[in-house]
Design a protein around this ligand. Structure first.
Ligand code: G4P
Length: 285
């Protein structure tokens, strides 16, 4: 779904998340492990306030493991726990409930001190931008398919609690927030990783961005995948080299740049170039 985030929609989305926060003990901030900053809502600290928060680096199966480790340390240094997960296969998902329980330990201790013998399950909410994997994770935690509500703030349905084992309950509708797309770099990173649908941005522009990034950070993968002896500095020359190698030619024999862009982005999104991360804590600023 292509979402138009107008200021009114953003205000509504923020209000909706804040309404849900009243019902829960802990928020799961779902980020894309390949682009943890770009997939983050720019107002998240303000929106979540003091609510205990567990950061989940989803799609870790597609991210560069060494870089994911850097991000986990980065968040740790900020006093936040971040867990790498793969909601699709379920890797890491089992740790979530235990981590959530640990985060609200003090609150539940107080409940017990007040004489509540069997405290209720820990209540949680998933928040994140579109396509980060919220409904995949809900289904995974629920162990069954939960109908997805429209990717729009304001599309409401009766909220229900999903039981996750004995000790956790999850709201079945996630909090949907917007990315920071006034930053061009963020837009490209979200497009490269497939979080922004291709209709919005020019495919060749996105591929240029991706190829420049790969030339700098993963040149060997590029060389190997497309059988290149060296990576040309000039971006058109790089498009030409890949296009010729892959037979992306027009009937006149010229390189078809749209086709090259398609192939490169397809290869990135289907891990044909291996596990890739598009930002590191160091590259953040
Ligand atoms: P959303 O609710 O936050 O909008 O995201 P959703 O769960 O719909 O997930 C968006 C896409 O990301 C889906 O792919 C989903 O399969 C994929 N995905 C979610 N979590 C993971 C993960 O941990 N690893 C990987 N590799 N992919 C993940 P899609 O192409 O839109 O649909 P489909 O391939 O499932 O049909």
């Amino acid at each position: 779904t292509v979402i138009q985030w107008f200021p009114g929609h953003m205000a509504k989305a923020k209000r909706e998340v804040q309404e849900k926060l009243k019902l829960i003990d802990v928020a799961f901030e779902l980020l894309d492990a390949r682009v943890p900053m770009s997939s983050r809502n720019p107002m998240i600290d303000e929106i979540l306030g003091q609510k205990p928060r567990l950061i989940l680096l989803n799609k870790a199966d597609m991210a560069d493991e060494a870089v994911t480790e850097q991000w986990i340390r980065y968040f740790h240094d900020q006093g936040r726990l971040a867990l790498p997960i793969d909601a699709q296969s379920g890797t890491g998902v089992r740790q979530i409930a235990a981590a959530a329980k640990e985060m609200v330990k003090d609150k539940f201790e107080k409940m017990r001190a007040k004489g509540i013998k069997n405290p209720r399950p820990v209540r949680a909410l998933i928040v994140g931008i579109p396509n980060v994997g919220k409904s995949t994770l809900i289904n995974r935690l629920a162990g069954r398919h939960i109908a997805k509500t429209g990717d729009k703030p304001g599309v409401t349905k009766a909220q229900q609690w999903i039981k996750v084992g004995k000790e956790m309950e999850l709201l079945d509708t996630p909090g949907i927030l917007w990315p920071k797309f006034e930053d061009e770099d963020v837009g490209y990173k979200l497009a490269v990783t497939g979080a922004i649908k291709d209709e919005i941005l020019n495919l060749q522009d996105v591929a240029v961005y991706a190829l420049r990034f790969l030339s700098t950070h993963y040149p060997n993968r590029l060389a190997e995948r497309y059988g290149l002896d060296d990576i040309p500095d000039d971006i058109v020359a790089l498009f030409d080299a890949i296009g010729r190698r892959r037979g992306c030619l027009t009937s006149g024999g010229a390189v078809d740049y749209d086709k090259v862009a398609d192939i490169v982005l397809y290869d990135i999104r289907t891990e044909k170039l291996g596990r890739l991360s598009f930002e590191t804590p160091a590259s953040r600023t």
